[in-house]
Design a protein around this ligand. Structure first.
Ligand SMILES: Nc1ncnc2c1ncn2[C@@H]1O[C@H](COP(=O)(O)OP(=O)(O)O)[C@@H](O)[C@H]1O
Ligand SMILES: [Mg+2]
Length: 240
């Protein structure tokens, strides 16, 4: 590894859930967790279910608030932004320009056509305030991604709510890869995909890494992990 600057630095991160509906039960899911991700690498979070792997990705994307610690993302101007202290507006900015995320499940927006779900990230303004392209160009680009991920054209104008699990997952992947951002978080991106689409996603990950994108991923399938990951971080239950 060359001495480049990381894209993501998580330092001493603690995540506690307090379950108010379960007698205030306290779950300390992460204790003193640290991780650095550099351009072009793909770090696999490995370990059994329930160890906090998805929680790490949600923290880095600003979906969960950290209980303690620092989670710094390198913004496009080279400045560090601590997402644990960022305003909702700054988080929107970071997601448009710095960090992409393929969640385990697609959060479907009712009545929005699949092609527009995929095109949407291209219409988010860049940090300079300008959109990357107009709506027609964004739709054309979305069509290319839907084709690449083998979504039949008969589905493009339909909202993905009724799509199969594998189709929704491919919409999610297209939506995240359509706009290249320096850091990409992948939560079991091939979990419900057939071998052909799994191979496509492996290719997309290789291409992203070759472009210098840094990736943190959870890959259930050891073959997929071996094909894409450059190193592995084993997640363990925090000691109490
Ligand atoms: N929003 C939440 N509220 C309460 N507990 C949660 C929440 N998210 C995750 N957890 C708990 O944190 C632990 C780790 O979950 P997760 O990060 O999804 O694990 P993994 O991805 O390694 O399977 C689990 O015990 C889970 O129940
Ligand atoms: Mg998980």
């Amino acid at each position: 590894m060359t001495m480049t600057t990381p894209l993501l630095e998580m330092e001493g991160v603690h995540k506690r859930f307090v379950l108010h509906l379960q007698n205030q039960t306290v779950l300390d899911v992460l204790r003193d967790f640290s991780l650095r991700v550099f351009p072009g690498e793909c770090v696999r979070l490995s370990g059994p279910s329930g160890m906090g792997k998805s929680t790490v990705l949600k923290l880095a994307f600003g979906n969960y608030q950290a209980s303690a610690g620092r989670i710094a993302l390198r913004a496009v101007d080279g400045q560090w932004v601590d997402i644990t202290r960022a305003s909702p507006r700054e988080i929107v900015q970071l997601r448009a320009s710095v960090v992409g995320y393929v969640s385990q499940f697609l959060r479907v927006i009712p009545r929005v056509a699949a092609i527009d779900v995929v095109a949407e990230p291209l219409l988010e303004p860049s940090p300079d305030g300008h959109p990357l392209m107009d709506a027609a160009a964004a739709r054309a680009e979305a069509a290319r991604w839907l084709e690449r991920l083998r979504i039949p054209p008969s589905l493009w104008q339909l909202p993905p709510a009724t799509f199969s699990g594998g189709e929704q997952q491919r919409i999610n992947i297209a939506r995240s890869f359509i706009r290249t951002r320096p850091l990409l978080l992948l939560d079991e991106p091939t979990a419900s995909l057939d071998p052909l689409n799994t191979a496509t996603v492996i290719e997309l990950i290789h291409a992203a890494r070759a472009q210098g994108v840094g990736i943190v991923g959870i890959f259930h399938d050891p073959k997929v992990a071996a094909a894409v990951a450059s190193r592995s971080v084993a997640m363990q239950a925090p000691s109490h």
